[in-house]
Structure formats: C-alpha cells, structure tokens
Design a protein around this ligand. Structure first.
Ligand SMILES: [Fe+2]
Length: 319
C-alpha cells in the first residue's frame, strides 16, 4: 500500500513495509521513504542487514583515517569513495585517498550487508524514479563504451558514482548538495542507536515535511533540489548513515562529448551556442522525468524497455 501526501509530520515505523511517496504540486513523486523488503529473499532478514551495515560502518569508523575537520553539513565525519567531478577538475577521476583508506573502504564496500543495502537502494530508485534511473544507467553505459575496462565504483550492478559513509553522530544541518545532478536522486540509509520518534527525522524544508527516519530505512531524495537535514538525536545517542550519489558534472561531461564546459566553449563554439539555447528548457525537461502515481507503472515498463534498447545499441556499436 502507498501513502501519497503533500505536507506535514509523518511517523514511519521501523517495521514498516509501506512506502511513503511525497508529491509536488503537480503530483510528481519527488521523495520516497522506502518500506522494508518483505521475506527472506536470499539475503536474510532486513534486521540482519541493518545490524550488518551498522557493524561495517563502525569498523569503517575505527579503521579509516578521517580528515581532521568535521563536515560542512554537520558535526560528524565522512569517508567518501568513488568518482568525483567538479571544482575545477579537468576530467573525472576517483577521489584521492591513501592506499590504506582505499583498502579500508573497499572492505566496507565488499561487505555483503552493505552490498545488499546498495542493491536495495538502487532497486527502490529504479522503481520510483524509472526515467531518472535510465539516465544513470545510460551514463555508465556510455562511460564503459568510451573507456573499455571502466569499473563502476559500487560494483558491477551499481549505477551511483560515489558513496559516503558518515559516522560519529552523523546528522546534518539543513543543506543542499549542489554538486549533484539537479533532478538526481540520492539514497540515504541510516542506522544507529537512537530513538527515531525523538530525533533523526528527515526534514524536507520546501515540502514542509518532517518524517521519522528509523534505523535501517532508505530514503530517496533529490539532494541538489530539496533542502534537507535531520532533527537532532539525543545527547547520548549514536547515528550513522550512508549516502549514494553522482555528481551532476559527470553527466554534463558525458553530454559534452567527454569534455569540460571550458573545452567545449573553446573548441566547439557552435555546439556551445546550441547548448546555451538548450538550457532554457532544461529544468522543465528534468522535472518531467519524475513520475506521478498514475504514470509510474507505465514509466517503469517504458524505462526498462528503453534501458534494454540503450544497452543493446551500445553493445552493437562496440561490436
Ligand atoms: Fe545531503
């Protein structure tokens, strides 16, 4: 069963199998509190997954050498792994980290519970934002086509470019993640030892929504567009979280023919002029990728079939 709503404070039980989809004024699904998977589908009970991911996060907290300063989004620490692009980089690349940190993070990423959480987050993303998901699959397919040997950072089935493991009372002030794709979706998973009725809620400021965020839950939000943050947990409590995301710059770089904006401007002025013209309708096209409850079933079918065609044409092109 799905609940569709516009604004308010929502309780969301830690045993909820229901999913809450938050809609904008045009009934487009723009954020989702994802219910827990049912059954023992080969990966164990979800409570085991939650405990397993928390244990892996606490290992990461112990073994990873964090930077001295705390995060701009809040007073906690964050280990980030994956592909970054932005802030003057000439081309995308893996975020730099020491060999030791890389080894620690890979151990974390290879953890079967973390893998299952990533897989579940990705499935939920594909289910509720099928058209946006297609753009993520296309991006990695294009990168694999262009760079033989390209390895998706989250493993062979993952389509997010980066992951952050956030520890030591991870809770954020209200913020936007401007570097992410404008209509891109970021799954947030949280865990910890806290009372979700008293704190840890996810706040979505523009929607006027405050929703309980119990340990073990996945939330899907457009983190570049919706101002988000948490209600503080209590002084003695602990909370950790994992976020998955892809920098918007990575999509633009592929769209520009695997070159930077600066490069495109300098070497291909006509294409740049067309790009500027195209920008006017970009936002409308981006939000049009969101489904409504009425279009969702059909959007899923169509996006899946388009993804198959995209991948086939790339395989044929490569062959
Ligand atoms: Fe964020």
């Amino acid at each position: 069963m799905y609940h569709y709503c516009l604004t308010n404070t929502y309780s969301f039980s830690s045993s909820s199998r229901d999913t809450i989809a938050f809609l904008d004024q045009k009934d487009r699904i723009i954020a989702v509190a994802v219910g827990r998977p049912t059954g023992q589908d080969g990966g164990g009970d979800w409570a085991d997954v939650e405990r397993g991911v928390r244990a892996a996060l606490l290992e990461l907290q112990k073994d990873f050498n964090f930077r001295e300063h705390h995060e701009r989004r809040g007073d906690y620490q964050s280990a980030t792994y994956g592909i970054s692009f932005g802030g003057g980089q000439k081309r995308p690349g893996m975020l730099k980290m020491s060999d030791r940190n890389q080894e620690v993070f890979k151990t974390f990423l290879d953890n079967p519970y973390v893998q299952r959480m990533v897989g579940y987050s990705e499935s939920a993303f594909a289910s509720y934002f099928p058209n946006v998901y297609r753009e993520y699959v296309q991006l990695f397919a294009r990168m694999a086509d262009r760079y033989p040997g390209f390895e998706p950072p989250m493993g062979s089935h993952g389509h997010f470019a980066a992951m952050s493991g956030n520890v030591r009372r991870a809770q954020t002030y209200l913020h936007l993640d401007e570097m992410n794709k404008a209509n891109g979706i970021c799954p947030i998973f949280n865990t910890g030892n806290f009372d979700p009725v008293k704190g840890g809620h996810l706040i979505l400021q523009q929607l006027g929504v405050v929703v309980e965020f119990p340990p073990g839950t996945v939330m899907l939000i457009p983190s570049a567009t919706l101002v988000h943050g948490n209600v503080a947990i209590q002084e003695h409590e602990e909370r950790e979280s994992i976020t998955l995301y892809t920098a918007g710059g990575l999509f633009r770089w592929a769209e520009y023919g695997f070159r930077t904006e600066k490069d495109l401007k300098a070497k291909y002025p006509e294409r740049w002029a067309a790009e500027l013209k195209d920008r006017k309708g970009r936002w409308a096209r981006a939000v049009a990728q969101y489904s409504t409850p009425y279009s969702l079933i059909n959007d899923r079918k169509e996006a899946l079939s388009q993804i198959r065609n995209d991948l086939n044409s790339m395989i044929n092109h490569a062959g």
